[in-house]
Design a protein around this ligand. Structure first.
Ligand SMILES: O=C(O)[C@H]1NCC[C@@H]1O
Length: 345
């Protein structure tokens, strides 16, 4: 056996969404901040290709790279690699990172609760892990400031006509549309149709509305379409299913933490939820994030909230990914049968 690299990974999923964690074998990328390091990873693309492309990865896979924190308050930093983006934050991936850090002993676990400050590319988050018998049971993440951007605006979507959308930021950027108006029940058998519809809406929303984070000028597109069911109230707690369509063509198997945060920001901006109110987001496979509006804040003068999301993550294995120097595809490959290519925003 010969290998010119050995990348150590603890594989994990949070409420169904894969979020593998690189725990060794990769030197920290250059950059003064984790954001700068994440831009380096995005531009270089070698690690992304190695981990996400076939034969090691696939379109369903997200991979997180642990890096030393830059902020003095943080115990660990990390960079999120998703199929289309290297985003500022991710809910499901933050749950996987917190769980792997504690379950594998990289950071010490205190029972019944371990509080962590973690540094995502877009800034600090707090992760509060409930722990029992040496295992993380669930993690509550206090997310980045989240805000509504454009509310109740209309876009023209080829093949679908005029569609009303809200746009919002919850650690990543969303166009949020009503599932009932589009004729979806958000069941698993609709997955392919949801993807086709969501990709068209994301493209149209980028072309006709756009998004620019007021404090992070590098983040200037809408990443995801959230096809969201109307809010129900069960015992006074708001809940709703969603299907978040991830470019280039898959549905979030988790209820999408940044998506629930963006939705909470919209519901808060519309006066439908207030500070202290809870919300349960449900995914297409029936998994849940339990969310709450923790507080109000502002982002460059705009009204914003600090949302939290709570969910569970499970380790699924460990891997050592290697590269034989004679392998003719050191960065792997993508084929459009499983990884739609050429689909631009
Ligand atoms: O939970 C989330 O925020 C995400 N899940 C995969 C794509 C998003 O980053």
């Amino acid at each position: 056996m010969r290998s010119s690299k050995v990348i150590h990974v603890v594989s994990c999923h949070a409420e169904g969404e894969v979020g593998d964690v690189i725990v060794g074998g990769v030197a920290p990328p250059p950059g003064e901040t984790i954001w700068e390091q994440s831009r380096w990873i995005e531009q270089d693309n070698v690690l992304r290709n190695f981990m996400l492309n076939e034969p090691r990865g696939g379109v369903f896979r997200h991979v997180n790279l642990l890096v030393p924190p830059k902020h003095p308050k943080a115990q660990m930093g990390w960079i999120i690699m998703e199929p289309a983006d290297v985003p500022p934050m991710s809910g499901s991936n933050s749950l996987c990172v917190a769980t792997v850090l504690l379950d594998s002993g990289i950071l010490p676990m205190t029972e019944p609760e371990t509080r962590l400050i973690l540094e995502a590319p877009g800034g600090l988050i707090e992760a509060i892990a409930q722990c029992r018998d040496g295992k993380v049971q669930s993690v509550e993440v206090h997310n980045h400031p989240s805000f509504a951007d454009q509310l109740d605006v209309w876009i023209e979507v080829p093949g679908l006509g005029s569609i009303q959308v809200d746009t919002a930021y919850g650690g990543d950027s969303f166009a949020i549309v009503d599932s009932v108006k589009l004729g979806f029940a958000l069941t698993a058998d609709e997955a392919k149709d949801l993807v086709d519809t969501g990709l068209k809406i994301t493209k149209a929303a980028n072309e006709q509305l756009g998004f620019s984070h007021p404090l992070n000028k590098d983040w200037n597109h809408i990443s995801f379409c959230q096809i969201a069911a109307p809010v129900n109230y069960d015992g006074g707690v708001a809940n709703a299913a969603n299907a978040v369509v991830i470019r280039p063509g898959k549905i979030d198997r988790s209820p999408c933490g940044t998506g629930c945060s963006a939705r909470l920001a919209v519901l808060h901006a519309k006066g439908q939820l207030n500070v202290g109110d809870r919300f349960i987001g449900r995914s297409i496979i029936g998994s849940e994030f339990h969310c709450k509006i923790q507080s109000e804040t502002e982002v460059a003068g705009r009204k914003a909230i600090i949302p939290s999301l709570s969910g569970r993550a499970w380790i699924t294995g460990t891997h050592q990914h290697m590269l034989d120097p004679s392998d003719p595809w050191p960065e792997g490959y993508k084929l459009s049968d499983t990884w739609p290519v050429g689909l631009k925003l």
